[in-house]
Unconditional design. Sequence first.
Length: 505
Amino acid sequence: MIFDNQYEQQRIEKAETLRTLGKNPYTHNIKKDSTTQEFKKCFEYVRDSDPMRDENKENTVAGRIKFLRHMGKAAFAKIEDETGILQIYFSRESIGEDWFKEAKKLIEVGDIVCVTGFPFVTKTGELSLHVRALELATKSITPLPEKFHGLTDKELRYRKRYLDMIMNPNVKETFKIRSKIVSTIRHFFEERSFLEVETPMMHPIAGGANAKPFVTHHNALGIDRYLRIAPELYLKRLVVGGFEAVFEINRNFRNEGMDQTHNPEFTMIEFYWAYHTYHDLMDLTEEMFTVLLKKLNLPTKIPYGDIEIDFAGKFRKISYIDSLVDIGGIPLDVVQSKEKIISYLKGKGEDVNEQLSLGKLYEELFDLYVEEKLIDPTFIIDYPIEISPLARRSDKNPDVAERFELFIAGREIANGFNELNDPIDQYNRFKAQLDAKDAGDDEAHEMDEDYVQALGYGLPPTAGQGLGIDRLTMLLTNEQSIRDVILFPSMKPIKEEIQIKEDEK
RNA sequence: GUCUUGUUAGCUCAGCUGGUAGAGCAUUUCCCUUUUAAGGAAGUGGCCGUUGGUUCGAAUCCAACACAGGACACCA
């Protein structure tokens, strides 16, 4: 049975008692005049009057009781609403002897109340509401965690986010900022004539990235569908169709591990810009960060954990190969040959797969010696073609793709490139992926013939970029775990929950 | 997936080399009309994550499992 805990039983009885007294514990006719913080602002002047009260004013506020202190024939409580917390005072005189006597027993921490009264300042100098009418809005059956330490158990915080929000008000702050980040980005692109679109979440072929998909089943059609791992191929179809600047902010699903920077469902913005290059994308990205910091009232230097990130000025740009030498500290002659890289890595005590191609070896070096050092925003540009299967090959250097990634705080934040729009080349690359799949690479791309067909009609020269909203939010809210910027992060079910479900069947 | 740490009252946590289960807050009863984690007095409240093993005896030692945190790996 749910609510079989002794404390919950006590509270259910209290709700029943309230009913017998003619007071609905779940009333619905609540009208408040102001929020708790509006109340404080509005009546701040009371501090300057003598006595420090204004009995002619009357105001109704509502909120959840977070603290309750009874003192014989009077009581103080702190009630909290979305905006903050406010102290209220009520006594035998102020709400009537009978109701005071009952309320003392029946109204407790966790309940949501609606109070009407006038502003006054207490002996200790706190602007408070002197209650003339006290009404219960919602009876809380489940008691709140302890008032001082609150709720710290991370598992409970993620599983019961509502409780986390009640007990840790700064959590609400983080998600308000997240909301503001998303709306700022949305407006940023709208103002620049990008069109927001929605493309399918269920794909017949999981494409646009190398990742394991989630599979679901469509009963009517009798076929499997994949939850999308990226919207990329659909967005580019739209560019073929004639939308020259499109963006989508939505969820992607990847059937992979979970850790501090990975959640199976995560939010990305992807945008595609015809007749522009990846250099334009980098300029746009810089501009977007400037606008974001301004809208969030953040300085150009922000703390992140133990480090500080400096967004001032143009972001550093350095080529992939140069970064290995200049940032990774790898000797120039080592970078030039496969054999030297292998012996260099071995000399550092790393396990090296000697079968790796030069491009893959670069990637090893980059991940080991460069990535974590990229603290201030840095564009790494001109990627090895081998590790950039969807990007356009450089006309100047056939080993290099016209691609960049943005790194901040040692983490990849965005990935953009000039799109491959040669349909024959694309067809052959898909074919190569098929061969890889046959050879056992279960993350290799499927052939998406319809997409190749679309390219056959002509994709104008286009640059496209993806940017992880969750990781961006982590940076701007100084959170170290992706679970702290996702309202309901993925969690394994607890055994008991499954058993309860089976019992109910 | 590997390593590691944790799981004890509603919450936050003690519990040593095995010997009847502890505290604070919350809750219940009582006192208290300006408190700030209010205060004072007395109570209630435990499948010590689950299942096995060792032992006369296990919250404690061992094993497996479950869930979680951290690190690493995987994942462009």
